[in-house]
Design a protein around this ligand. Structure first.
Ligand code: ADE
Length: 219
């Protein structure tokens, strides 16, 4: 499942440049039982299967005996909702373990004993933590210095300065009567910066009043 996203573009480049290493581990390979089962029925009844403690515990203990980890993160819809400031923080950390749950959940004792941080990528339920882990990985890796060739471009992203980004245009200057805003063709850097800032502010006010409110409370 991880091959597609991790074999492409920015994540792939970061790995090729030696800036990050990604290791995928299959929990099924750490099952002590001969059926290689990783899940079982929930105590107390209820629907769905629960991921068992032992294979996950064996794997995490093996990993932490091999190198130090800054966080052991469990991807779960009841975790802290991911935002840019959390990605920024994690991009400055060392090794991370991302644990993807499946089925109905994982045995709570894993969370109590091994997990240091729980992250959700939004208020909706995915069928597993894998897609969430890919989203988190991408958002962390792309902002590590040296990953993007134009280092300033990650900094001008939406959310990086706490506002949405201004709209962007490229050639042609006119297409079927639709014109690029005159100011962007003016060569007046100061006026262009001001325009971008104004656009970012008005776009944020219209589309994300929640973010807009926070921005003006802070500044
Ligand atoms: N696993 C299932 N849904 C998820 C979500 N929204 N965020 C993180 N992990 C998940």
């Amino acid at each position: 499942m991880f091959d597609g996203p991790f074999q492409h573009s920015i994540v792939k480049r970061a790995v090729e440049k030696g800036i990050v290493e990604i290791h995928i581990h299959d929990i099924r390979e750490y099952t002590p039982n001969k059926h290689r089962s990783v899940d079982d029925y929930p105590y107390g009844g209820g629907s769905g299967m629960v991921m068992m403690i032992e294979p996950i515990a064996i794997l995490i203990e093996k990993l932490v005996s091999e190198r130090p980890y800054d966080e052991v993160i469990f991807l779960t819809p009841d975790g802290l909702v991911l935002d840019q400031s959390l990605s920024n923080r994690l991009s400055m950390s060392g090794n991370l373990i991302l644990l993807c749950g499946h089925y109905k959940g994982i045995d709570e004792r894993i969370r109590e004993r091994y997990i240091t941080m729980e992250i959700s990528i939004g208020d909706y339920v995915l069928s597993g933590g894998e897609l969430a882990a890919m989203v988190l990985t991408d958002s962390i890796i792309r902002i590590i210095p040296g990953v993007l060739s134009d280092e300033t471009s990650a900094l001008s992203d939406s959310f990086q300065n706490k506002l949405l980004s201004a709209p962007v245009y490229t050639r042609p200057a006119e297409y079927k009567g639709m014109k690029v805003p005159e100011i962007l063709l003016s060569g007046n850097d100061k006026a262009i910066s001001k325009w971008k800032e104004d656009q970012a502010v008005s776009r944020t006010r219209e589309r994300r009043p929640d973010i807009y409110q926070k921005y003006f409370n802070e500044y």
